[in-house]
Design a protein around this ligand. Structure first.
Ligand code: SF4
Length: 259
């Protein structure tokens, strides 16, 4: 007997594709009510979502995010725990010096270049910003190794501003679900900022990352574990019934399966 779930998801996929064809490129396929409901469910699952990069102040957050490019949060945390114990300010980082920083972070990809950037950004923080991490995107992106995504993470996690740092998970989800399709992270960022209901905007960044990291994974989305399976309009979805909506226990960092 044919599996009714698979049949129904195939129909859904067909319907989604057809709908996608009718919509102008880049438009979200979701109504205001759908968006409210999607983020309401994420907010019940994770009322206080947190980023998973360990840090002790805005400076160490900037360093951790800069080190996290093309690396997992768990891998960065492992290296930075010891580094931040000895250097949690720009001056202490300079005193430590590039060679010793390299030793601390050598398990992280591109560590040579990243060590250089940590020294350069520490220097710039001291010379241009009195040793403090600046609070605007324009200033943050002048720091070596800090791009728009890093700046957005810092503005959100260190200074409580609602931003949307589009990482690999958010970029995938925005396009896979046809939530905010875009060819570049900047396009996706703009569209998400426009469609996400205001009251959910502050936490939306973490909800989408965690959803992408643990459920809507890159290689194979785990639709049977997804709380928005009924609302999702992705052609890739394989299941229509939403998973039970309950608050999740805190994530065990590093338990993320390869996406
Ligand atoms: S139903 Fe599947 S494809 Fe859609 S968001 Fe959930 S996990 Fe991703």
């Amino acid at each position: 007997m044919a599996n009714p779930k698979i049949k129904s998801s195939a129909q859904t996929a067909k319907k989604s594709n057809a709908t996608a064809g009718r919509k102008p490129a880049g438009k979200s396929l979701y109504s205001k009510a759908d968006l409210e409901e999607i983020f309401r469910r994420f907010s019940i699952q994770r009322p206080e979502p947190k980023g998973e990069l360990e840090h002790v102040n805005p400076f160490t957050l900037v360093v951790a995010v800069a080190l996290s490019a093309q690396a997992t949060d768990a891998g960065v945390n492992k290296a930075t725990r010891a580094l931040f114990a000895v250097a949690d300010t720009p001056q202490k980082m300079l005193d430590l010096g590039e060679e010793r920083i390299r030793e601390y972070i050598k398990t992280i990809g591109l560590y040579r270049n990243k060590a250089k950037n940590v020294v350069a950004l520490s220097e710039k923080l001291i010379t241009d910003f009195g040793g403090e991490v600046p609070r605007t995107r324009e200033e943050l992106i002048t720091l070596p190794g800090v791009g728009r995504k890093t700046a957005n993470v810092v503005l959100s996690m260190a200074f409580g501003q609602a931003t949307m740092a589009v990482d690999t998970h958010i970029f995938r989800i925005a396009n896979r679900l046809l939530l905010a399709p875009g060819k570049t992270p900047d396009e996706v960022e703009q569209r998400l900022m426009k469609i996400i209901p205001d009251q959910y905007l502050y936490h939306a960044h973490h909800w989408l990352i965690l959803h992408g990291r643990y459920v809507c994974k890159a290689r194979k989305p785990e639709c049977e574990r997804c709380v928005i399976a009924d609302l999702c309009r992705s052609p890739e979805k394989t299941w229509d019934i939403p998973a039970p909506l309950v608050e999740l226990p805190p994530q065990i960092i590093g338990a993320e399966a390869a996406g």
